[in-house]
Design a protein around this ligand. Structure first.
Ligand code: NAD
Length: 468
């Protein structure tokens, strides 16, 4: 049995079976999470469907509920952050910050409007365009930012008048279960249901007849399965998927000036960020100096258990990801990559991989061509800026990218040629509640955040009134 419970119809629901949750800093199971059954999922769907009938009617009430949720999260962030730290591995301060960020997102979303647009109003008639909610939203999240990515779905879905059944990753179920528990008295029963289980539970959600919209964040491979599962029922979907972001340093960039920002653009959350820098393109004249500047940051960063004082980077979250990063780095080294620092797992317990900077790598090496999702960064050399842009775009991913220069205007012109959902200039990973975030190509369908994200949880309805 687990100390944690599912939230179904506003109540705590225990499950007969459970699965182990691992602390990635030790590699050992530290507690159990409830394994939701098919019947319990059906109950969550039924409750969400019933709650939808009244939840959709009162926008002012929903707006206030979102503000109340923001307040609860602000109050409970220090306590809930502990749970996230333990199951995800990230530094405690970042884990608590994720809950504070969630409260900011709820507050901001509460301020968004769902305007009625009038496209005609004359003697003949009045034509209004409304935005209607969709119904029950099935939300599925990954293990890197379990809370903020959940909130990017829950807040706009609820404001638009939908109800939600959410399933976190089996690697990090506890913080989302705790979120559901924390909000039981704040949201009406059935408006937010939280269930946990394995990938099979995700499949049950995406194929469930009650679900009208799937909001999924995870890998591209799973995203394709989700799309296929949604198709027979024509469920609406938003897919936020993987990335292989490039950062292009124009020839004028002084490596020392940008090294800190570049490093954190790649290594934040131990590199487990969908839109982290995953390839760096550096002009050949600055190549050696950039390698050295990044390697010195990687050598000096403090990696360790998220609860330890002063830790900046935690472990990888799970064994699968740890093995994958180990394999990609080994393959690069076997292929002739120069290891500036790191290059191997850290001795001892847990899923720690030394922060790694790789030089003398190019396309054709897996860590360049694939998404590494870990603390290992390949640095590539280029001769012409156009060539760097073409190489940055030569991938099926298109999540985000960045261009760096002392001339921000020039960098912005180059950035506009990147085939991706977000193009940054002289920064990377700057996420905003009011700007859309989503991927081009295999990095996704649809966007989250801002009014664009909110509209993704609605359908337009044209109301055409004949005045004649
Ligand atoms: P994953 O695709 O393995 O799992 C994501 C979620 O989907 C989990 O909850 C999992 O249980 C569930 N799932 C697995 N198979 C399923 C199926 N067939 N049907 C329905 N649900 C299923 O991804 P992950 O390893 O947890 O996360 C890492 C990936 O997520 C990376 O590729 C990363 O780039 C991506 N990601 C993208 C964004 C974004 O906003 N674009 C943000 C964070 C992470």
């Amino acid at each position: 049995m687990s100390d944690f419970t599912l939230t179904i119809d506003g109540k705590a629901v225990a499950a007969a079976d459970s699965f182990g949750v691992i602390n990635p800093s030790t590699g050992a199971v530290f507690t159990q999470a409830p394994e939701c059954t098919k019947a319990q999922l059906d109950a969550a769907m039924e409750s969400a469907d019933l709650a939808y009938r009244s939840w959709r009617l009162d926008e002012a009430k929903r707006r206030q509920a979102l503000r109340d949720v923001a307040e609860v999260l602000r109050q409970k962030a220090p306590e809930l952050g502990q749970i996230l730290c333990q199951e995800q591995g990230k530094p405690l301060e970042k884990a608590i910050g994720e809950f504070f960020g969630a409260s900011v997102w709820f507050d901001y979303t509460a301020s968004l409007e769902l305007p009625v647009e009038v496209v005609q109003d004359d003697d003949e008639g009045r034509v209004e365009v409304h935005r209607r909610p969709l119904g029950v939203v099935g939300a599925i999240t990954p293990w890197n930012f379990p809370i903020i990515l959940a909130v990017w779905k829950i807040a706009p879905a609820l404001l638009a008048g939908n109800t939600v059944v959410i399933k976190p990753s089996p690697y990090t179920p506890l913080s989302t279960l705790a979120l559901g528990e924390a909000l039981r008295d704040t949201l009406p029963p059935g408006v937010l249901n939280v269930v946990s289980g394995g990938d099979e539970l995700g499949k049950w959600i995406t194929s469930h007849p009650t679900v009208r919209k799937i909001s999924f964040t995870g890998s591209t491979a799973t995203g394709k399965h989700v799309a296929a599962s949604a198709a027979p029922d024509l469920k609406r979907m938003t897919l936020e998927l993987g990335g292989n972001d490039a950062a292009i340093l124009l020839p004028d960039v002084d490596p020392e000036t940008v090294a800190d920002d570049l490093f954190w653009g790649a290594f934040e959350n131990t590199g487990q960020v969908c839109s982290a820098i995953k390839r760096v393109f550096v002009h050949e004249d600055r190549y050696a100096a950039t390698l050295e500047a990044l390697a010195s940051r990687a050598r000096n960063v403090k990696m360790g258990d998220g609860f330890a004082e002063g830790v900046e980077l935690g472990p990888l979250n799970n064994k699968m990801q740890f093995d994958r990063v180990t394999e990609l780095v080994s393959a690069a080294i076997d292929g002739g990559a120069r290891v500036m620092t790191g290059g191997a797992p850290r001795e001892g317990e847990g899923y720690f991989f030394e922060p790694t900077i790789l030089g003398d790598v190019a396309e054709g090496v897996r860590i360049v061509d694939e998404e590494q999702f870990g603390p290992a960064l390949p640095i590539l050399s280029y001769r012409e800026v156009d060539e760097a842009v073409d190489r940055a775009n030569a991938t099926m991913y298109g999540l985000s990218g960045s261009v760096w220069s002392s001339d921000a205007q020039r960098a912005a012109e180059v950035a506009r040629h990147l085939e991706c959902g977000t193009a940054w200039v002289n920064q990377h990973l700057k996420m905003l509640p009011n700007a859309p975030f989503g991927g081009a190509k295999w990095s996704g369908i649809g966007v989250e955040n801002g009014h664009w994200g909110l509209y993704g949880f609605t359908e337009t309805q044209t109301l055409n009134i004949n005045k004649g």
